[in-house]
Structure formats: structure tokens, C-alpha cells
Design a protein around this ligand. Structure first.
Ligand code: PRP
Ligand code: URA
Length: 208
């Protein structure tokens, strides 16, 4: 599990508990999703490369740094969308490339319905965003797409994962670190994470 990073941050624990609460309404749910995404991204990006850059303050010249790499955010539609604003707040020049997948309710297999990636990659690092890593099917399929695009530095950022989803990602993509708020107990018989938070897309968009 050396590539799995559950956050130890008290703010994340506090906000995740409010996110789980069945009484949390969509407006607050979206706000918490943005905030947790930003906190997890802060932790996930600690190894980004920087390059020296000089800067002039109002008083003098000094040396500093700027990010070296082009970063792409890859939200998995729909629920990953709610994480974008939080991450973008930290990295406003990141490109956003959407991937549309939904889980077939019977088979739990991911079905791809949107992908407009250009032929050649335009970024060198991708942060794949999805609040829920359940069976892992959607995450594995999206990382497959990003790797086929030609990006090999990928990080997966989620709110909650099941042990089954983590195992699926480690089997298919052991090179991809997973940053998350919490690893939960298990999946239920219809593929939902327990204790989880329910359906992350429905709770954000008010479509339950
Ligand atoms: C949810 C979630 C993930 C997926 C996780 O999306 O946002 O993308 O399920 O499940 P998995 O790990 O078993 O693949 P969903 O398919 O409900 O689509 P939606 O966001 O459009 O509602
Ligand atoms: N997708 C969700 O939104 N929630 C789960 O618990 C599993 C898949």
C-alpha cells in the first residue's frame, strides 16, 4: 500500500464527516467537495517539479520558483466535476480535460460516453478526479485513457475508496498514487461504498 495516501489532516476528517451526513444538502455538499479536493491536492502535489525564476519585489530583486510542468485535471463526469473548482483554485493555469463515464447499474462496468482528448498530449502530469473509488472500474478505465493519450505521470484523487477499488487500481495501475480522504470498509451488494456517502453525483447535483 506504499502508493496509497489517506489524508491524516484534521480538516479533511472534519469536512469528510459533514460530507457523509445524509442531512447535508447539495449546496453544502458541493462546498465541502471543493474544499476537500483542494486539501487533498495540496498533499498530492508536494512532489511537483519547480524551476528557478527571478522576481522583483517592490523593494529589490530576488530569486524564487515557478511550476515547471504543465498540469492537466481530468474530472470523471459527473461527480468529478465538483472537485475541479477546488483544485483550480490552487492551480488556475491547469488544463481541464473531461472524461465521461457512467457505471452500468447491472454489470457495474464503466461505459465511456465522452472523450475529446486531442491526439497528442498537452500536459505532462494529470490529476484524475473522482470522489468515489468503488469497484475501481471507472478509475481503471480513465487511467487507461490517460495513459493511451501519452501521459505517464498520473495521480488519482478521491474522497472515499473501498478496499476493492484500491485493489483493482493497484492491480491495473500500480504506478499511480492514490490520494484520498478515507479508505472505507467494503462495498455493499449493489456496489456502493459502506459507510460511504451515497451517490456522489446525485448528492452534488440534487438528482437523487
Ligand atoms: C460514480 C462515481 C465514480 C463511479 C465509481 O459515478 O463518481 O465515477 O461511480 O464506481 P466504480 O469505482 O465502481 O466504477 P456514476 O457511475 O454513478 O456516474 P455519475 O457520476 O454520472 O452519477
Ligand atoms: N458511486 C457513488 O457515487 N457512490 C458509491 O458508493 C459507489 C459508486
Amino acid at each position: 500500500m506504499s502508493n496509497i495516501f489517506p489524508s491524516q489532516h484534521p480538516l479533511v476528517a472534519h469536512k469528510l464527516t459533514r460530507l457523509r451526513d445524509k442531512n447535508t444538502q447539495p449546496k453544502k455538499f458541493r462546498e465541502l467537495t471543493r474544499e476537500i479536493a483542494a486539501l487533498l491536492t495540496y498533499e498530492a502535489t508536494a512532489d511537483l517539479e519547480i524551476t528557478p525564476r527571478n522576481v522583483e519585489t517592490p523593494l529589490t530583486k530576488t530569486s524564487g520558483f515557478e511550476l515547471k510542468e504543465n498540469i492537466g485535471l481530468v474530472p470523471i463526469l459527473r461527480a468529478g466535476l465538483g472537485m475541479v473548482e477546488g483544485v483550480w483554485g490552487l492551480m488556475p493555469s491547469a488544463e481541464v480535460w473531461h472524461i465521461g463515464l457512467y457505471r452500468d447499474e447491472e454489470t457495474l462496468q464503466p461505459v465511456e460516453y465522452y472523450n475529446k482528448l486531442p491526439v497528442a498530449p498537452t500536459v505532462s502530469v494529470c490529476l484524475v478526479l473522482d470522489p468515489m473509488l468503488a469497484t475501481g472500474g471507472s478509475a481503471v478505465a480513465t487511467v487507461d485513457v490517460v495513459k493511451r493519450w501519452g501521459v505517464d505521470r498520473i495521480k488519482f484523487i478521491a474522497m472515499i475508496a473501498s478496499p476493492e477499488g484500491i485493489a483493482a487500481m493497484q492491480e491495473a495501475h500500480p504506478d499511480v498514487p492514490i490520494h484520498l480522504a478515507k479508505i472505507d470498509e467494503k462495498l455493499n451488494e449493489i456496489g456502493y461504498i459502506l459507510p460511504g456517502l451515497g451517490d456522489a453525483g446525485d448528492r452534488q447535483f440534487g438528482t437523487a
